[in-house]
Design a protein. Structure first.
Lengths: 641, 424
């Protein structure tokens, strides 16, 4: 996590007065809540419906508001807390189109070997076939010469590797858009971000499909079980280097390595059976074999996954936890395989962790006891409660609520459903100050637009690519802290521009999962007068709750504040015929050329290609209802939830 | 973090001050935008992930360096070692061979390394240490804004009764505003110049969007949007898309190289750029780091080619530019069990500029690498607080004052300055 998200924010809180002011609830105004907890729920019944659909779900789909209202807000919350009782078979069926989703990391590596491993195989084959020719070079160092078939296989392998990431990202967006188990998806996203792994780190990507599934399994279950599942997962073992962490030389290990159990004569005999190349490869492997602890996972386990950076551990604790976890590895290393405990590299000496003594020789169980200790620590309860309250209530959640949620965490031994219930049924959750207090993340923005327009799940990776382009690639956070969950991290001059372009792209029908053309609301309103169209959009996209300025601008196209002082005339924006505005970034060179030739900036084929690459790159002129949709999704209210 | 204050930005603010936004356009055309003292620019480049300082600026004169890193050490420069050895700087330190593009800069007095520099905090957490370096308040997590942002607020070249500063006064070539630029002063964050526009949507779509956000509200969403509309207009009038690098500078096609090229574009477009920031990852080399070749060598190659292209491209304008490179901490002296290095302590920085006082030298006091000389028995000991470098550059390059505000709890400790720049 970024420590910034722990900092108390400056309190610029102004109490919202009256219904209109309430709509001004802003990040600055709503982060700190008044010290006295609200007595009862401050939000109106309509606001509560809009609120739960934006917080416990990724926004309302057509018909959702009526459904929640009919069921009752509290009954709906309780049903979402029990996803196992909700039928989601349509989505499950739809997802069968992605073959990589149900596969283990081991199976994926076997089926789609990483390009690097392919190269090694090609090199080995050439060494065997080439004989004398290959012996001239330094063994193992010369790059193999590639045949045409080899090159094709390598290119295919790179595509296959990309496919694993594409399918899991596409599935995550599709689930968020269409799953009936919305709260489960919200929590899956939350935990996948809390236990963040990076698809770009070597082989990590192959383990992400099974990782995504295990997180969903435990997302509303027990924190200890979730923590344990993550600790045993190929994705985390690989991403934070744990699989390579072994006892320091000089430490007593739990068992002797197999080679060391052989008599020297046996070893020499084995070696004689190998060719010189094979002996050299064996020696190279031995030289590369890990020797010593790697603190990476042990540190993040405490700093990011459990205690929090101020949770009361020391550098000594980091090293001791790393020692306790030596031997937690993958059965076949980079070739894949599931979790394995290797006694011969486990540091079997005694350790002291957070003041508690761990006696020598406990082996694999020692790591489990470390996870027990961390999961039940008061710092963990507070850290997890704070992050959950920040996700569901506000960037700077009320301290009293965090305390109650932490108390639930402790008393239920980390029952996540119970902790969540404490937060999302609280008066703080339904306070005025919490309404639209959160800025949507890029993932939430794209998914909520799709849901609002009643979109079918997007089977192409384009929606997921849009999320990435807006700054939040799925499983694409390089550092293990996950994406920050505060407004400041998502809103700046560049980000707000991209969000407006995204809105216009939706209006232009360029976002596959959010089709204006097939939207039921569009069909109803297509021939209505403009003010009726605006009212319909405000109902569909904002739950009917919108500032008077936004409504006014949508209807008249002008902002009274701006026109009064004549500043509108200074608007220097390009019109449709301005080539600069119509040109995708990747084509900057081509643009200069064609402009000199006084030719159109892009051929239609180029434009289609550019639009596939980036739906926001170049947009046609919008008029009428589609333009209103573009403006509404680009409007300030749609950036909040 | 500190809430942004948007009151002084945006068209409304201009209007209340009797200026219309077209003022901005006129000034750009006439190249008379308000600028920092003598148009100085500071470029900060952050190597995120903790770059291995001992293999960046190699202490080849240290025996202990070679015994601690049997597989990772870079060979001392000799006639026979050639391209796989350190590039000699002063008989004791050498540059990693992938930093070859830095050698001519060093020889011409445009670049100095600073060694054993960093944060006095003992934290080995990437996130804490990056925060400390960006807030410039080690071990104090209560600081909400970054030092580059604070320096903009007090620098004093454009306060009180002068004209509004450029929206491009501070630019971060990143998706999100980094901590170092977080705070009250306006900052533009963007991935690339080309993406920085409202794209089509129909004749008045952009104007209508502008109207939706220019409602006089000063929260984060509305304020950022107002700044954005100003900046987009200014950038269009400066037309940086027609840019060609000068002096045959060839930037790598990497994201980092392209971002540095765009910083050069902004500087040469005279849009009033005072502080620029970019970052580059991939330095967290726990596994198979490599020595003269390999993972770290590849990162360094891209890094040095990009920076050298920027220097070449800027040419004479380097007289008004300082480039500072930084990374949150160094790495363990000893290689770990997986052919890499773990989180350490002191690191190294490069200071690059056309007007350096210190030339052809490696700055900082070298603490040695023998066991008893190491920090906590394992890491390079710190002898220069990074704030000594930051504050000297702030004062002597940008003419910043109120160093107590920019570097709270540190202030103006001139006795710790390294003499990087001539006194003004």
């Amino acid at each position: 996590m970024l420590p910034s998200s722990l900092h108390p924010m400056s309190s610029l809180h102004r109490r919202a007065v009256g219904a209109a002011m309430l709509l001004f609830a802003t990040a600055g105004a709503a982060t700190a809540q008044s010290s006295a907890p609200p007595a009862g729920r401050e939000q109106t019944a309509d606001q509560q419906v809009h609120h739960v659909l934006n917080r416990l779900a990724f926004g309302a789909r057509p018909g959702d508001v009526e459904r929640v209202r009919k069921m009752g807000v509290d009954a709906w919350i309780e049903s979402q807390l029990h996803p196992e009782r909700i039928n989601d078979s349509a989505l499950t069926q739809w997802l069968t189109r992605f073959p990589t989703l149900g596969m283990t990391g081991e199976a994926l590596i076997a089926k789609y070997p990483p390009p690097g491993q392919q190269l090694v195989r090609i090199a080995a084959r050439q060494q065997m076939a080439g004989g004398a020719a290959s012996r001239r070079g330094t063994p193992g160092s010369a790059a193999p010469s590639l045949t045409r078939e080899d090159s094709l296989a390598l290119a295919q392998s790179a595509r296959d590797a990309a496919r694993v990431t594409a399918e899991i990202s596409t599935a995550r967006v599709a689930r968020a858009v269409t799953s009936e188990r919305q709260l489960l998806e919200v929590m899956t996203e939350f935990w996948a971000n809390h236990f963040s792994v990076f698809t770009g780190k070597q082989q990590t990507r192959y383990y992400i499909p099974e990782y995504d599934a295990l997180i969903r399994t435990h997302a509303l279950g027990s924190f200890r079980e979730l923590l344990g599942a993550v600790a045993h997962s190929g994705a985390m073992l690989y991403y934070l280097d744990q699989w390579q962490s072994v006892a320091d030389s000089g430490r007593r290990t739990l068992a002797q390595p197999r080679v060391a159990q052989l008599r020297p004569a046996q070893r020499a005999a084995m070696r004689r059976r190998l060719t010189p190349e094979q002996q050299q490869r064996l020696d190279n492997l031995a030289a590369r074999r890990p020797r010593g602890i790697n603190e990476n996972y042990a540190r993040e386990l405490m700093e990011l996954h459990t205690l929090g950076v101020d949770g009361g551990y020391t550098q000594q604790d980091v090293m001791e936890v790393a020692r306790a976890l030596t031997g937690w590895t993958l059965a076949r290393g980079p070739q894949g395989g599931g979790f394995q405990f290797r006694a011969e590299v486990h540091d079997a000496e005694a350790k002291t962790i957070l003041g508690q003594t761990f006696p020598a020789g406990r082996g694999e169980d020692e790591g489990e006891r470390v996870l027990d200790l961390l999961a039940s620590h008061p710092s963990t309860a507070r850290f997890i409660a704070t992050k959950l309250a920040r996700r569901f209530v506000s960037d700077e959640p009320p301290a009293a609520l965090v305390e109650r949620a932490a108390a639930t965490f402790t008393s239920t031994k980390g029952d996540l459903r119970a902790v969540l219930r404490t937060i999302i049924t609280s008066d703080e959750f339904f306070a005025d100050a919490a309404f639209r207090a959160k800025v949507k993340t890029p993932f939430e923005l794209v998914v909520s637009a799709s849901r609002a327009l009643g979109g079918a799940p997007d089977a192409t990776p384009r929606s997921a690519q849009l999320v990435a382009r807006l700054g939040q690639p799925i499983y694409g956070r390089q550092t293990p802290d996950g994406y920050p969950d505060v407004a400041d991290e998502w809103i700046n001059t560049g980000a707000i521009l991209n969000r407006m372009n995204f809105g216009l792209a939706v209006g232009a029908n360029r976002v596959p999962g959010a089709s204006v053309q097939s939207w039921s609301v569009a069909k109803e309103l297509r021939n209505a007068p403009e003010s009726a169209q605006v009212d319909g959009l405000v109902r569909a996209l904002f739950g009917g709750i919108v500032s008077p300025e936004t409504r006014e601008v949508l209807i008249s196209g002008t902002n009274p504040l701006l026109t009064q002082v004549g500043a509108g005339a200074d608007s220097l924006f390009a019109t449709d015929d301005d080539p600069d505005m119509m040109t995708p970034p990747a084509n900057a060179r081509a643009r200069v050329r064609t402009r000199n030739a006084n030719a159109p900036t892009m051929t239609p084929a180029e434009a289609r290609q550019a639009a596939r690459r980036n739906p926001m790159a170049t947009l046609p002129a919008l008029t009428g209802f589609p333009k209103l949709v573009g403006l509404a999704i680009g409007a300030p209210e749609f950036q909040r939830r | 973090m500190q809430r942004r204050v948007f009151l002084k930005s945006g068209a409304l603010a201009l209007v209340t001050m009797g200026l219309s936004p077209s003022f901005l356009q006129r000034t750009v055309m006439g190249m008379s935008l308000p600028r920092a003292a003598r148009g100085k620019t500071l470029i900060c480049l952050f190597q995120r992930g903790a770059a291995d300082a001992l293999n960046v600026v190699v202490p080849f004169g240290e025996k202990a360096y070679y015994s601690a890193r049997p597989q990772l050490a870079v060979a001392a420069p000799t006639r026979t070692a050639g391209a796989l050895a350190a590039i000699d700087l002063d008989g004791f330190f050498g540059l990693h061979p992938s930093l070859a593009p830095f050698k001519p800069l060093y020889d011409r007095g445009l670049l100095v390394p600073v060694h054993a520099v960093g944060s006095p905090s003992a934290s080995r957490s990437h996130f804490d240490a990056q925060d400390y370096m960006e807030t410039a308040t080690p071990d104090n997590k209560g600081t909400r804004d970054g030092w580059l942002n604070r320096l903009l607020a007090v620098e004093g070249t454009c306060e009180a009764n002068c004209t509004p500063s450029s929206p491009f006064r501070a630019v971060s070539m990143t998706q999100q505003t980094p901590r170092i630029l977080d705070g009250a002063s306006p900052v533009v964050a963007m991935n690339s110049l080309e993406e920085f526009s409202i794209r089509g949507g129909g004749g008045d779509a952009a104007a209508r969007l502008e109207a939706l956000y220019r409602t006089g509200k000063a929260d984060l969403v509305h304020g950022s949007a107002s700044e954005m509309f100003d900046a987009v207009k200014l950038l269009r009038s400066a037309n940086p898309l027609q840019y060609r690098p000068a002096n045959g500078a060839a930037y790598p096609r990497s994201p980092f190289g392209q971002r540095l090229q765009q910083i050069a574009q902004l500087i040469k477009s005279n849009v009033g750029l005072e502080v620029a920031f970019a970052d580059v990852g991939g330095w967290d080399t726990h596994v198979n780091q490599g020595g003269a070749q390999g993972q770290l060598a590849n990162r360094l190659g891209d890094f040095s080619q990009s920076v050298a292209a920027l220097v070449l491209d800027l040419g004479d304008r380097m007289d008004d530019v300082v480039i500072l490179t930084m990374s949150e901490f160094g790495r363990t002296v000893r290689q770990n069990g997986t052919g890499g290095t773990d989180h350490g302590h002191a690191g190294a920085m490069f200071v690059i500029g056309g007007n350096l006082a210190a030339q052809r030298t490696v700055l900082g006091r070298w603490p040695g690498l023998e066991r008893e000389q190491l920090f906590e028995g394992r890491d390079l000991t710190l002898t220069t607080d990074f704030r000594a470098v930051f504050s000297e550059v702030t004062a002597r390059h940008l003419g910043g004052h109120a160093l107590d505000t920019v570097f709270p709890g540190y202030g103006a400790r001139q006795q710790e300055w390294l003499g990087l720049l001539p006194s003004r």
